[in-house]
Design a protein around this ligand. Sequence first.
Ligand code: HEM
Length: 508
Amino acid sequence: MNQLAIAALSISVIVVSIFWYIRKPTSKAPPLPPGPLGLPIVGYLPFLNQNLLVQFSGLAQKYGPIVKLRVGNKLWVVIASPSLAKEVVRDHDLVFSNRDVPIAAQVVSFGENDMAWSPNNSGWRKMRKVFVHDVLSNINLDGSYNLRKDIVRKTIIDVYSTKIEKPIEMGELIGRCILNIILNLLWGGTIEGDEGERVITEFKALLPKLVGLLGKPNISDFFPILSGLDIQGVKKDMEIILQSYDRILDVAIAIGKKKLSENVIDQGRKDFLQILLELKENDEDTNRSITSKQLKGMLMDIVVAGTDTQSTTVEWAMAELMNNPEIMVKVQQELSSVIGINNMVEESHAPKLQYLRAVIKETLRLHPAVPLLLTRFPTKDSTIGGYSIPKNTTVFINACSIQRDPSIWHNPLKFKPERFLDTEEKMDFSGNTFSYIPFGSGRRLCPGTPLAERMMVHLLASLLHSFEWKLPKGETLDMSEKFGIGLKKNTPLFVIPSLRLSNLDLYT
Ligand code: HEM
């Protein structure tokens, strides 16, 4: 062998050794979680089912409570046990406190300038603080009670005057009431009269399209390199919707600012916009002042996160009660004894309506409105359940599967509010018991729970106290579900109301 050949061979050996050494993990990194193999380049994308929930459950049965999927350029990890969920949202909460933001959500959040999609940064912390301590403070929630009460009353009066003994589409009735409440809480005190009605009507009309786009699988999300092409037009469609919303928000904000500068704000009943504008315009404390984009992002969050979630839950609760007449009887007995048949329901009755609150908890266990929570997106490599979770993995926490797990819940598919009566203290909405997390957990826990609890208890109690409900003749109850970004009833619930209270003055 000549010297050149020896030199070439030696260099090759050195280079290969260096590469081998570099490739070889210095410390033994744990493996990725188990999961199905996909095709080259597209991964598991062609095999994704419309109903991700059913598919994720099947995969968990085959591979266990932590499963990995390659979907296009993304690595997905789905978690389906309380102990693994705890590792993510409690033990490693900080690392997992960002979201993987779909393109549609980037648009709707004004470029991640909101609470739901912003990364965990100082802006997000400020928005959450303002939302929890100012917007949804007990004082403000008490102050806006009459507004909520009026709208629930109008719903009861509407049923009494036009719908007795006629089939009602329950989801529509409940959805309209909840959206009216949320929009009026947002700016009902700012834009009043016909102008207010017009703005609310316009806002409502666009919402289903917006929610639909948020839940639509988008090739640009799976292959970011293709995002510029916007192949399905999701980004463009969302931008068109957002332009309309932006116009409405600009009008509302301009009126709000004018009122603020003229000092015509009713101190007794501030709407959310007034509270946020006061902070934005006047607060010297930069820890609480928010930018114009953040203001709009927060307003959008409240509508998008606060309406469908609640109406889906109340509709499911109604459906479960129709399906379980003996539970309906117990709820109505409680209502009669706590409220009395000569009175209407008030929010202040809630603490005494223990059984009805258990019905709502059980509804959220069996039919969580956000069944996969919102994704988590680790900021660095970490280890969960002994498996490697690389930085920027899209992590789903399958709350639905956890809350229906037969190894945790006795007879999990049975609707049984009693299971929450003995465990009232532990099983709340705080996300501290990882087998029950309908509002999520950790830093990203839903901040809307104080409002949601008040609204859902009050509306459901009012409907059940005011009327008896039965299914239309010959109608069977379809309890099947449809998965989008939320978990809705597959077919609408139709029910027929009749009067329950003998004092007809209560209905007017
Ligand atoms: C039945 C009612 C509701 C349910 C089941 C629900 C559920 C959830 C869930 C599961 C999350 C994600 C939590 C996580 O990732 O750990 C969330 C986030 C959020 N929810 Fe709710 N929610 C409801 C009502 C509301 C209401 C009424 C509002 C506002 C008024 C609201 C505002 C938000 C916001 C802003 C976020 C994002 C928080 C963040 O990322 O920091 N939600 N909600």
